[in-house]
Design a protein around this ligand. Sequence first.
Ligand code: TRP
Length: 455
Amino acid sequence: MTTKREKFGGRMAVILAMAGSAIGLGNIWRFPYMVGEHGGAAFVIVYVVATLLISLPVFLAEVMIGRRSHTNSRDAFARLSRQHPFWKWAGYLTILIPTLIACYYSVIGGWSVEYFLKSCSLSFVRMSPEEASGFFGPFAASPWTPVIMHLIFLGITVAVVAGGVKSGIEKFSKISLPVLFVLILMILTYSVSLPGAGEGVRYLLHPDWNELTPRTFAYAMGQSFYSLSLGMGAIITYGSYVSKKENILTTSAGTAVSDLLFAILAGFAIMPAVFAAGIEPGAGPGLIFQSIPYVFAKMGAGMPVLSAAVSILFFLAIIVAAMTSCISLVEVGVSFLMERSRMSRGRACLILFLLCGGLGVLCSLSFGPLADAKVAGMTIFDLFDWTCSNILLLLMALLAVVFVGWILPRRVVHDEFTNGGRLAFNERLFPAVYFLIKWVAPIAVVVIFFTNFIL
Ligand code: TRP
C-alpha cells in the first residue's frame, strides 16, 4: 500500500504537534487529582522519575516504530515484523485504547465547555467562593447538560480531524499552548497567595512516605504514559509523520520536558486553591472544576474584570488543549479506517463520532443517574479510565519497548536513533538508551503492572 502520508514541516512543528497531543487534560485535570488521590508529594516524585527513566524510552521506541514503518499504528507492528500474527494482534490494541479514551476524555472536554460558557456569562465572578466550588456536584450529576456538552465537544473535535492533518492539528497547538502556559502562571501566582494556600504547597513539596503504597507506582506510571499519550498508537502515528532528517531524541525529550513542566505547574496552581477552599484533595475527577472556580470567585471580589477575563481565557485554553489531544486520539482510529478499508476521511470521522459519542454518554451519566452502576467498585467512568490507564496503557507500552528492544534488529534501532550515524551526540548516548529500552523499561513495566492488584 503506497498511500502518500502527509509530513510535518520542521522540528518546531513536530515538537509543537506532539506537545499539543501530550499536553491536555492529562496535565491540567488528571494530574492534580491523581496527586490528591495517591499520596501528594510522594506521588509527584515517583511520577517524575518514572517519566524520565521509563516513559522517555517508551516515547523514543514509539517514534521509531512510527517513523520506520511509515504507516498507522495498527499496521506498523505488522509491517515491521513481516506480518507476524502476534504483532498484528498487538497493533489492534493501539487502535482500541485511544478510541476508548476519546469516549470519556470528551466528557471532561464537555465540562470545560460548560465552564467556559459559565465564565462568559460572568457566573463565577458573581458567586460566592463556596457557591462557585459547589457548582460542580449538581452540574455533573444532572442528566442533560453534561451529555449535550460532551457531544458538542466531540463534534467539534471530529470536525477538525475531518479537515486533515496539517490544516487541522498544527494551527491549533501553535496558539493554545503558549496562552495556556501564561494563564496557568497567572492562576498559580494568585492561588498561592490565598489564605490557607501554604498547606497546599507543603502538600506538593514534602513527601509523606507513609502515603507511598505499591499502587502509587501503578497510578504514577499510568499517569505518566497517559500524559505523554504513550501506549496507544498516538505517538506511533505522529512518528510516521516525522521526517527522516529529524533528531528524534530532541523532539522526544522536548515533548517530555514540556509535558512535565505543564503538569507540575498545574499542580501548583490547583493544590493551594484546593487547600484554601477546604476541598478534600482526594475528591476525584471534579477536583479542578471545584477548586479553580473558587479562585475566580475570590479574585472576582477584588478584581472583577481581571477575574472574568482570566476565567474566560482559561477555560477557552483548556478547551483548545483538550481538543488538540482529543484530535489525536480520534486521528488514530480515523487514519486506521482510512488506510485499511479505503474509507473516506469524512465517513471514518462519522463512525468515530457515533461510537465515542455513544459510549461517552454512559461515562457522563455515571456521575449522576448511573452513579450506582458499579463494576468492581468503580463507576463506569472510573472503569474506563482505570482499564485504559492502568491496564491497557501499560500493556501496550510494554509491547512497544519489547518490540524495539527485542524484535527489531539492533542495527535498525541504531539507525533510527542516530539517523544512520550522522548524529554524534546520539551515537554516544545510544548504548544507554538501548539498555533502558531493552531491559529497564520492560522489567519496570511488568513489575508495576502487577502492583495494580496488590492491596
Ligand atoms: N496526553 C493527553 C493529555 O495529557 C491525553 C491523551 C491520552 C492523549 N492519550 C492520548 C492525547 C493519545 C493524544 C493521543 O491530556
